[in-house]
Design a protein around this ligand. Structure first.
Ligand SMILES: [Zn+2]
Length: 330
């Protein structure tokens, strides 16, 4: 049997490319305890080109502010620029910043029409960070979560056109489509998605810099599986029995996250969920690090991936794994 895992075709488009994407999600994971946090509000300045265009022939911009205060978050809507407010570049923006205790800040921004999404994503940050902290995963470089108004904006920013995509994460930026495009916009689903994407950014940031992260990426089978597990997305993945049946029926089929995301994410999730259950959450990051350095997935797992779908913890196979489908380089 041979199951190969390969990287997405668009992963070679350079530093702006890369890093992660997730299909629609509909899970109902539990909320984790929120860490200590504080919030800093700021106004999102319009992009320079749009600002210049707006200012041409117009008086200095007026600033309008609307404040929405909750127990730990604050949203500021600002920067209306007269008649230019309807242009994309100068549309009123909503922005928040949240910082996990001892970590780097996460900014969330989107247009005013998405202020409810910005607020919901901001509320999700503490629980999302707490899920990653269980494996000792955190980020050191500030991250910005950018909510795009529509698919066209998302594609322009990411270069990704796969229709199932709702998110794309690079070293410091999480690109998101609005929640109305998601399979579920519930609070638990929002926490799970935010945790998943922050996981990708944090995995990239385990490298010294973005260049190193792009050059030494772990296979997507590993990063998607690890982030799905840390985000508690098991309930929304293909059931493990279905994954087993699929591997039995089509053992030579490629694992393709773009063409068949339901199977690919389900397979990856259940493999790494079993790894975490048998060896603890630290084993997840160890697998990422091992494969990022060029190690084979089977070697990092200590057994062929399919062996992790069976009952019980598989015994280490050493260097000569033969029981189950090997996973090739991606
Ligand atoms: Zn992902």
């Amino acid at each position: 049997m041979h199951v190969r895992v390969r990287a997405p075709g668009g992963d070679t488009r350079g530093a702006a490319a890369a890093l992660s994407m997730t299909p629609p999600e509909s899970t109902m994971p539990t909320m984790a305890d929120a860490p200590t946090s504080h919030v800093v509000a700021h106004q999102q300045a319009p992009r320079a080109r749009g600002e210049a265009a707006c200012r041409a022939g117009r008086p200095a911009p007026r600033r309008a502010a609307m404040f929405m205060v909750a127990s730990w978050w604050l949203v500021v809507v600002g920067s209306t620029h007269g008649g230019c407010a309807r242009t994309a570049a100068s549309a009123p923006m909503v922005a928040t910043t949240w910082t996990v205790a001892g970590g780097a800040p996460v900014a969330v921004r989107g247009s005013r029409r998405l202020s409810a999404d910005v607020a919901a994503i901001t509320r999700a940050l503490p629980a999302a960070a707490a899920r990653l902290a269980r494996a000792g995963l955190r980020w050191h470089t500030p991250i910005e979560i950018v909510l795009h108004d529509d698919v066209a904006s998302f594609v322009r920013a990411t270069g990704r056109t796969t229709s199932t995509l709702r998110a794309w994460t690079t070293w410091r930026t999480v690109h998101l489509l609005p929640r109305w495009t998601w399979a579920s916009a519930s609070e638990p689903a929002t926490v799970a998605r935010v945790a998943h994407e922050l996981c990708h950014a944090a995995l990239h940031q385990r490298h010294p810099d973005e260049t190193a992260a792009l050059a030494r990426r772990a296979p997507r089978f590993v990063t998607e599986g690890v982030c799905s597990v840390l985000a508690d997305q098991g309930a929304e993945r293909m059931p493990i029995a279905s994954v087993r049946a699929r591997l039995h029926e089509q053992p030579d089929e490629r694992v393709d996250f773009d063409a068949d995301p339901v199977f690919a994410y389900g397979y990856a999730h259940h493999v790494f969920a079993a790894l975490a259950a048998c060896r603890g959450p630290a084993a997840l990051l160890a697998a990422v690090d091992d494969t990022a350095e060029g190690g084979r997935v089977e070697a990092a797992l200590g057994a062929p991936p399919a062996d992790w779908l069976r009952a019980g913890c598989p015994p280490p196979t050493g260097g000569g794994a033969t029981d189950g489908p090997p996973v090739g380089p991606s």
